[in-house]
Write a protein that binds this ligand. Structure first.
Ligand code: AHR
Length: 503
């Protein structure tokens, strides 16, 4: 089938915020212990962090990382994780029914992230704690040496320079009955407002993320955001949104078009935030922190209550396929297409736990299939997202109704005139012939030329990467793509995610 797309560098959605390429590290399963941190591993540095994993994190192109949870944060006492390691308490983590050794805490995590050039985003516990502990953590992290006792405690712990954390999450998924210290929207809205007020007094420069819904299917979705934002609108910068996607009852067409649900959720939250703005006569436009998103086969997880109390070890280590990588690539496109309203996005999580990077204890680290669309998008899709006008057939799906079979996202760098065209063919059987007139581009001294076309697609969409075959699923060059007389033409294989670079 044919797909025709119109683009013009003058018609833009917005500028891509670097923080769209964020990730999430939670004290959960083997994300921290046995993931990024494994002191006995042959590649561990003097602080116990695996350098083979650190190399992959660099290659992934992660810009920001949310820490330390997730559900974990709602039972966390941050003070347990600072100071001499051998004096730190072992605690029961109620979220994942695990023993938390507290070997890694805020200081170790921030040193690791900064060492990789990654900006940490810190979540505070508004489940079982409140204003005082949130402000103390902010002061511990951000105050200069010699200013307060908490700042000097950090210095005494060997961290002279402030961690300078700019973005803070006011709790996690407080609408979820599974959350330790779950609250009603009114209760949470009040607590978030008072915490935000106090944190801003401590550091007026911070950006604050207030909890929206845990997903678009929560019974309180929409109402929760309205009430929470009525309480906090002038005090916070972003409202959070979380969504995970998986095939339901084998309906692969609905799964392959999961980004339609993401697009709907973004539209619903921004509409609700804009409603609160209208009622408040506010000119401020709230943005979204989509600080947990991914493919997650939740159907394979027995749930927190089904877990025995454990020392640690694997939890929700999904192995991702070609299909999952195509969906992840499409979800990234949905985030880019909404970059005027989505300021921050964190794929959940980074290592082992529903992650692009997997590890074996004492053994290798490898890239899952989903690593590749993230790495390519983060590396190349920077600049300005363009509005696209797309003409092509619809796909009928059980969950999302009739939706485009192909979606195209275009990111243009006005400085260099480089153009990146991301395209996903969600039709499982039929190739798409893509045609994009580019006459409006390349008016510089040299005409625009095709750089390359890579795709993630496979005769076996269930193929995965394993320690034995870590490169079974990788992006491969596509032949036949052409740029002649100002028109780009390319074939998009069935069930494929594509990145075409022009410059
Ligand atoms: O990422 C796994 C869990 O999913 C997080 O802890 C929680 O916030 C969400 O429900």
């Amino acid at each position: 089938y044919d797909v025709e797309v119109d683009l013009d560098p003058a018609f833009t959605v917005g500028t891509v915020d670097d923080r769209l390429f964020g990730t999430f590290v939670e004290h959960m399963g083997r994300c921290v212990y046995g993931g990024i941190f494994e002191p006995d591993h042959p590649t561990a540095d003097e602080h116990g962090f695996r350098q083979d994993v650190a190399d992959l994190v660099r290659e992934l192109g992660v810009t920001t990382v949310r820490y330390p949870g997730g559900n974990f944060v709602s039972g966390y006492r941050w003070e347990d994780g600072v100071g001499p390691v051998d004096a730190r308490p072992r605690r029961l983590d109620l979220a994942w029914r695990s023993i938390e050794p507290n070997t890694v805490g805020v200081d170790e995590f921030c040193r690791w992230a900064r060492g990789l050039g990654i900006d940490p985003i810190m979540a505070v516990n508004l489940g079982t704690r409140g204003v005082r502990s949130a402000v103390d953590l902010l002061e511990y992290c951000n105050y200069a040496p010699g200013t307060t006792a908490l700042a000097d405690q950090r210095v005494a712990h060997g961290h002279k320079d402030p961690h300078a954390i700019g973005t803070w999450c006011l709790g996690n998924e407080m609408d979820g009955p599974w959350q330790m210290g779950h609250k009603t929207a009114e209760e949470y809205g009040r607590l978030a407002a008072e915490t935000a007020r106090a944190m801003r007094r401590a550091d007026p420069g911070v950006e604050l993320v207030v909890c929206g819904s845990s997903n678009g299917n929560m019974p309180t979705f929409g109402t929760w955001e309205r009430i929470v934002l009525e309480n906090t609108y002038d005090l916070v910068d972003h409202v959070s949104l979380h969504e995970y996607y998986q095939p339901v009852d084998g309906d692969m067409d609905s799964f392959l078009t999961s980004s339609e649900a993401m697009r709907r959720a973004i539209g619903a939250v921004t509409a609700t935030a804009d409603h609160v703005a209208a009622v408040k006569r506010s000119r401020k436009r709230m943005t979204i922190s989509f600080d947990e998103w991914n493919v997650w086969y939740q159907s394979r997880f027995p749930g927190e209550a089904g877990l025995d109390v454990r020392e640690g070890g694997p939890l929700i280590e999904d192995t991702y396929s070609v299909t999952d990588a195509v969906v992840v690539g499409d979800l990234l496109m949905a985030l880019l297409d909404n970059c005027d309203r989505v300021a921050i996005a964190c794929q959940a999580q980074l290592a082992n736990v529903i992650a692009p990077i997997r590890t074996e204890p004492g053994g290798p680290a490898w890239r899952q299939s989903t690593f590749h669309p993230f790495a390519l998008t983060s590396r190349h899709a920077r600049g300005t997202v363009l509005r696209t006008e797309q003409r092509g057939p619809q796909l009928s799906t059980g969950e999302h109704g009739d939706v485009p079979a192909t979606r195209v996202t275009a990111v243009h760098d006005p400085e260099t005139d480089e153009l990146v065209v991301l395209a996903v063919n969600r039709d499982r059987d039929t190739p798409a012939r893509l045609s994009v007139p580019l006459r409006a581009f390349g008016h510089g001294p040299a005409p625009m030329r095709l750089v390359d076309h890579l795709a993630i697609t496979d005769d076996d969409p269930s193929a995965t990467n394993t320690p034995d075959r870590p490169d079974r699923v990788v992006p491969r060059p596509v032949t036949g793509t052409d740029l002649t007389d100002g028109r780009l033409t390319a074939t998009l294989s069935p069930e494929s995610w594509n990145i075409i670079r022009l410059g």
